[in-house]
Design a protein around this ligand. Structure first.
Ligand code: GLN
Length: 545
């Protein structure tokens, strides 16, 4: 199977299943992404999957406060934000087969029942739902994937996770042994009063898994403190996991340190040994260089993100990460000021505090005035501005109102009776009533106008970018905008859809209809974010009085 450290096509895809125990938010997504990176850097072809136990068909209809950002894949699926971690760490593109929810799985089974394809049968969780879960898992079993990393959402012990864990148990039974590895991510809390790390929660959580019929082979132990040899021995004994497979996962300041820490604990080596693979040492030099750059970053720079959901780190996850990637690349010590777009007074004070403003995407009317104000301040004071999706649309609204003097211009989304709908619905969207999965989603090509800031940032003529929106720039207003100095620097191939607009007379006033943040990865920061950070740095150096 393995020749001189290189993988030849093995019989079947191998599977790593990652479950979580004790509490939520332990970072299963980061663990999965880190493992993926280590295996990829050893030459394995990896793909990811996240199984989510909730009943929404996809997270597209969920409020970001409930579930964090909705991540968009290149093929247009609205997915869980963990897919963002997978892509940012590894640069591997996930697909709509990389995220399944219980809702999507139940819908498929029930639709089949209605169509009559299961006529006569009683439809049950076991075997119908569990079979469908296994079908989803098997979608990654392709000649292109050596190892599939499947993360199970939720915490072991939840009612909702049960069908998923049962499906994994069956899968494990049916598949060749040695093809599957169960990793359980758990918490080893430090109890101050006792001055000790405690293993009991982990013991209980593994006991729950074993009750279901799953014996994890690896324990990833999140903890604030070092897990010493004695503690590892204890965890090994009580959880029936081999001593070397009890892996410490200490808290870190920067999640991008996790892959190297896990490698130090020997996790990638252990995984390959389990699968009977011998591969070259991981090539992590670029990653290490990136971490060194983070440590050395000296030039301070403050950027404001003006949005509706600033209270929650995860609501604009990819935006914050993309800013970070570009900042690290530029050697900048970045501070991101999160400003609520509902707080106009706060937005008004921004020019004295920041070197650039980013207005992210969003839906609905709440907080739009602050976003419009942010665009206006940036335009008038020549502060670098980056408007993404709704951010671009509201920059267009501001420009129409104040530069083109089109009073009460607006987006149809915000004011359905506006006399100047500079942002309107495409014909294809006009009669759609359903909210789930009905937007312009996923990759679309964008042709760049030569010599524009966007074209210079990208260094190419055509790019593919990911979309998620219903509304578009209304072409009836293109001329009026151009007369006032707006350039439409990115268009769809048929030139009907505005994908990018920018002000020629401004150091960096760029709005894009797509979401570049989904294409930024640690080792390959997005060109537009690099351009924005570069412009903010230049602005930073100017004397301001
Ligand atoms: N609400 C706007 C639209 O649907 C923008 C969407 C977004 O920012 N993702 O077009």
């Amino acid at each position: 199977m393995v020749e001189s450290g290189k993988l030849t096509r093995q019989q079947r895809t191998k599977y790593i299943f990652i479950t979580g125990g004790v509490v939520s938010s332990l970072g299963k997504g980061i663990a999965a992404a880190s493992i993926g990176l280590l295996l990829k850097s050893r030459g394995c072809r990896i793909q990811f999957q996240k199984l989510d136990p909730y009943l929404n068909v996809d997270p597209g209809t969920m409020n970001p406060y409930q579930h964090g950002e909705v991540y968009i894949t290149a093929d247009g699926a609205e997915t869980d934000l963990d897919l963002g971690h997978y892509e940012r760490f590894t640069g591997i593109e996930t697909t709509r087969n990389s995220n399944f929810t219980a809702g999507r799985i139940y819908m498929k089974v029930i639709q089949e029942e209605r169509l009559g394809s299961t006529l006569g049968e009683t439809i049950q969780v076991v075997p119908h739902i569990t079979n469908e879960i296994k079908n989803c898992i098997l979608k990654l079993d392709t000649p292109e994937v050596d190892i599939a990393i499947v993360e199970i959402g939720g915490t072991v012990g939840d009612i909702e996770s049960l069908p998923f864990l049962e499906a994994l148990r069956q899968f494990n039974l049916e598949r060749e042994s040695g093809d599957i590895l169960f990793i359980h991510l758990t918490l080893v809390p430090f109890i101050k009063a006792a001055g000790e790390l405690k293993t009991k929660p982990t013991q209980h959580s593994v006991a729950r898994l074993r009750e279901i019929g799953i014996q994890p082979q690896v324990l990833l132990c999140r903890s604030e403190q070092e897990i010493d040899a004695d503690l590892k021995r204890k965890l090994s004994l009580f959880c029936s996991v081999r001593r070397e497979a009890v892996i410490e996962a200490r808290d870190v300041r920067d999640v991008y340190e996790v892959p190297l820490l896990l490698a130090k604990e020997g996790l990638d080596e252990l995984i390959l040994k389990h699968f009977g693979l011998q591969l070259k040492k991981p090539a992590m030099e670029d990653w290490q260089k990136m971490l060194d750059k983070v440590r050395r970053a000296a030039t301070p720079l403050t950027i404001a993100v003006v949005g509706k959901y600033i209270g929650l780190q995860d609501a604009y996850k990819s935006i914050y990460e993309a800013l970070n990637h570009a900042a690290v690349d530029a050697g900048v010590a970045l501070t991101v000021l999160r400003v609520s777009s509902e707080n106009l007074a706060e937005v008004r004070k921004l020019p004295t505090k920041i070197s650039g403003i980013l207005v992210p995407g969003g839906f609905g009317t709440r907080g739009i005035d602050g976003k419009v104000l942010a665009a206006r301040l940036c335009r008038e004071k020549k502060i670098p501005f980056f408007g993404i999706c709704l951010g671009m649309q509201l920059a267009a609204v501001e420009f129409a109102q104040n530069a083109c003097k089109l009073e009460s211009a607006n987006s149809l989304e915000m004011d359905p009776s506006t006399p100047h709908a500079v942002i309107a619905l495409m014909d294809s969207q006009k009669n759609i009533r359903a909210k789930g999965g009905t937007m312009r989603l996923g990759n679309y090509p964008c042709h760049l106008v030569a010599d524009s800031k966007a074209a210079k940032a990208y260094g190419r003529d055509v790019v593919l970018e990911r979309h998620r929106h219903r509304f578009e720039f209304n072409n009836e207003y293109r001329e009026a905008f151009e007369r006032q100095g707006m350039t439409f620097s990115g268009l769809s191939p048929d030139k009907h859809l505005v994908e990018l607009m920018e002000l020629a007379s401004h150091p960096w006033f760029v709005g894009c209809q797509f979401h570049p943040e989904f294409r930024s990865s640690v080792l390959s920061p997005h060109p537009l974010f690099k351009g924005f950070i570069g412009a903010a740095l230049a602005y930073n150096r100017l004397p301001h009085g």
